[in-house]
Design a protein around this ligand. Structure first.
Ligand code: NAD
Length: 496
């Protein structure tokens, strides 16, 4: 029976009338439910709720806000399995992968629980005679988060817990492709004691996003999604005087040196390229291999591993790779594999025809591997966001590094080597925001911040960790003097 995913406004599930969108179950290809696109009126309702809740929430001490977040963390931990099931149902990834992603979100809630310490300012006594200075970090007001389909829980949890910990109120606009999980998370936040109106969820697509982006009562916008949309969101938000951070797409390279441990490399590449069907912004999509002998060896070993990949419904035990999120996305990934063949890359493994028995209507694709990919090819330059790994052969470290640095994206980059000097040079010179040394997917843990460079991020401030405290607060510096005796007017620039 198809279900309807409501909005969550002012602590209530809201079913509004309007345009609806189908939500699929990618494992079977069936329509699982629907969402109603929040129109201008519904968006206004959510913003009004968030605006009304702001003064009291901002005035709630950070210690009290932290106590509520502690309860929220405990509730999330209790519901990991339930949330993972919602993710697997609508996104398709395996249950264990979904559980891991929820946990990476909970890690950020745990970081947010330390908000009293994170909000500590600086105090300097006697910056002048009888004058002290101190700094405050104050909340902004109503903040908005727009999230992509690939991490329905994790990215929402990377945004709003820190925003509300800082004293802001929040409106989350999840991906219309898998909206149920964020809704459930907001309901759990309410159960934990987050007051009504502090966290709201509006479902929808571009129409909803546009209404949020230009609204004068929205102070800040966090976005994660594809690069063209990220650029649009960032430009529109800043034009409307909002603080903005917009995280875009990626093409993550892994540079493999001849001295690397080959078994470690092959395991890392297969997991990082094909895990979550390649629908990760930090997935390795390009392996840059130094030397033909090494490349031949790696291609042969990857080929063997891919042939044993267990692909099927993410809810089944032992499955390693689930389906793609929608039929439209499946078509897009397939069209890139078709293109790679036309462009002259060597398609070593072709996943286009793969269908698990009994699930022929699901959006499955096997792992694909391209060798001899050249930098001019579109399959190298553009993000595919599917289970497709490209091998680019280079002659040495310098040409591998140059290749990576010339790519328009700069989310993550990794190197596999046993040479500390090479690794240090790579870390220092690679043009990417997150770097792995013998680590294929270097997603920073919660107490560090997450973010790419170049066209993988529009804006300056990264997500979660200390950078998020900066993003979700405004700095105020107070200079105070308690005069014992009046000194009369002073018409000169004060110096101390
Ligand atoms: P998407 O850009 O299609 O959608 C992201 C969000 O924007 C959704 O909520 C969607 O409803 C909304 N949206 C879509 N088109 C819009 C438009 N024209 N105007 C306004 N809003 C619009 O991205 P997706 O397909 O959901 O997610 C996959 C993309 O996200 C990939 O490119 C991936 O690399 C990227 N991603 C990046 C990061 C990162 O941290 N850099 C993390 C995860 C995913």
């Amino acid at each position: 029976m198809p279900y309807h995913v409501p909005h969550f406004i002012n602590g209530q599930n809201i079913i509004a009338s309007g345009r609806t969108l189908d939500v699929y179950q990618p494992a079977t290809g069936e329509i699982a439910g629907e969402v109603t696109v929040a129109d201008q009126k519904t968006v206004e309702q959510a913003i009004a709720a968030a605006r009304a809740a702001f003064p009291n929430w901002a005035a709630t001490t950070s210690l009290k806000r932290a106590r509520i977040l502690f309860k929220f963390k405990v509730l999330l931990e209790k519901h990991v399995e339930e949330l993972a099931q919602l993710i697997t149902q609508e996104h398709g990834k395996t249950i264990t992968d979904a559980c891991g992603s929820v946990q990476r979100g909970i890690d950020v809630v745990e970081f947010a629980c330390g908000i009293p310490a994170h909000l500590q300012g600086h105090y300097t006594a006697e910056v002048g005679t009888d004058i002290d200075s101190y700094s405050l970090r104050q909340p902004l007001g109503v903040c908005v988060g727009i999230t992509p389909f690939n991490f329905p829980a994790m990215i929402a949890l990377w945004m709003f817990p820190l925003a509300i910990a800082c004293g802001n109120t929040f409106i989350l606009k999840p991906s219309e492709k898998d909206p149920s999980c964020s809704l459930r998370i907001a309901q759990l936040a309410k159960e934990a004691g987050v007051p009504d109106g502090v966290i709201n969820v509006v479902q929808g697509d571009k129409e909803t996003v546009d209404a949020l982006l230009i609204h004068p009562d929205v102070q800040a916008v966090s976005f994660v999604g594809s690069t063209p949309v990220a650029e649009y969101i960032y430009k529109t938000a800043i034009t409307h005087n909002k603080r903005a951070q917009a995280f875009g797409g990626a093409k993550n390279h892994c540079l493999i040196m001849p001295d690397a441990d080959i078994e470690q490399v092959v395991n890392a590449l297969v997991g990082a390229a094909y895990g979550s069907a390649g629908e990760r912004c930090m997935a390795i999509s390009v392996a840059v291999i130094v030397g033909d002998a090494l490349a031949n060896d790696i291609v042969e070993k990857i080929q063997k591993q891919i042939s044993t990949l267990k692909i099927g419904p993410g809810s089944e035990a032992n499955i390693e790779m689930g389906p793609l999120v929608t039929k439209a996305h499946w078509e897009r990934v397939k069209s890139y594999i078709d293109l790679g063949v036309q462009e002259g890359a060597t398609l070593v493994i072709d996943g286009r025809e793969f269908k698990p028995k009994g699930f022929e209507q699901g959006f499955y694709m096997g792992g694909s591997l391209f060798d001899n990919v050249l930098p001019a090819m579109r399959i190298y330059r553009e993000e595919i966001f599917g289970p497709v790994l490209a091998i680019v052969r280079v002659k040495d470290f310098a040409s591998g590094l140059k290749l990576i640095n010339e790519h328009e994206y700069g989310n993550g980059a990794a190197i596999f080597t046993c040479d500390g000097n090479i690794a240090r040079t790579f870390a220092a010179e690679v043009q990417a925001g997150m770097v792995g040394i013998n680590v294929p997917i270097p997603v920073p843990v919660a107490q560090h911040s997450f973010g790419g460079w170049k066209r993988s991020l529009f804006g300056d401030i990264h997500m979660h960790g200390p950078e998020a405290i900066h993003f979700y607060t405004r700095l105020k510096t107070v200079t105070q003097r308690w005069l014992k005796n009046s000194t009369g007017s002073d018409f000169n620039m004060p110096t101390h």
